[in-house]
Design a protein. Structure first.
Length: 232
């Protein structure tokens, strides 16, 4: 061994939550193992890390729907307000989708609520897989989901909606030994001078959603306001 080699003290201190390591504090060049004050400081630091991590987890639980792992409606609307404001100030594109599971009451009546809840969870997974990380999704109501599409205009929004619709239609939903098919209807609305508030864009997407249902369900419809803008 080279006599000129320098040896630096190295110590690692793991931090645990629920008996699982979530962080490791590493120290190099410090050798204070015999100093009780050093261990008090380390313990305080790791405790603070645990407190921050637990706070983040509680905060996430407060804004996340337990079944679908999507944002709860309140937090989704807060995000929607922020993105609408950003679009208004900087002229960004923004689109909003309202998604409803077709004949969901029939699913609950025929298969029971446990199967219905599992189907909802799988629909939510399908929706999330078909949007980008930058987009945000929420459980808007019982069987209604909402999607915010960042910097997305009418045509790309319709493509995303159609991709979601097709993916749900193609999926074989399995729950408690049951196999069932599920479809969704989707209404699209895009930020514009006539759809410049949260209430306006939600109402426009909702109207488009119910038009999709009136036309036979399992389809995508764009808001009338956006259609007028594309075809004046």
């Amino acid at each position: 061994m080279n006599s000129g080699t320098q040896h630096h003290a190295f110590t690692a201190y793991p931090a645990f939550i629920h008996e699982k390591i979530f962080a490791v504090l590493t120290l190099t060049g410090i050798d204070a193992k015999g100093d009780p004050l050093f261990f008090i400081l380390i313990d305080r630091f790791l405790s603070e890390l645990q407190r921050v991590k637990l706070y983040e987890r509680v905060e996430m639980l407060a804004i996340t729907d337990g079944l679908t792992q999507m944002y709860v409606r309140r937090h989704f609307v807060e995000r929607l307000e922020g993105e609408m404001d950003r679009s208004k100030r900087f002229g960004y594109k923004f689109s909003f989708l309202m998604i409803d599971v077709d004949h969901f009451k029939r699913v609950n009546d025929e298969y029971g609520h446990l199967v219905g809840d599992t189907a909802l969870k799988q629909v939510a997974q399908t929706v999330k897989r078909n949007v980008r990380e930058v987009d945000f999704v929420g459980r808007y109501g019982g069987e209604e989901f909402a999607v915010g599409l960042i910097e997305t205009d009418e045509s790309p929004a319709a493509q995303v909606a159609e991709r979601i619709r097709k993916s749900v239609e193609a999926r074989d939903f399995k729950a408690y030994g049951e196999h069932l098919k599920v479809t969704v209807s989707i209404g699209c609305a895009t930020y514009s001078p006539t759809l410049s508030s949260v209430n306006q864009i939600i109402e426009a997407a909702d109207d488009a959603l119910y038009r999709a249902k009136r036309l036979g369900r399992n389809r995508v419809c764009a808001s009338i306001e956006n259609q007028r803008r594309e075809h004046p």
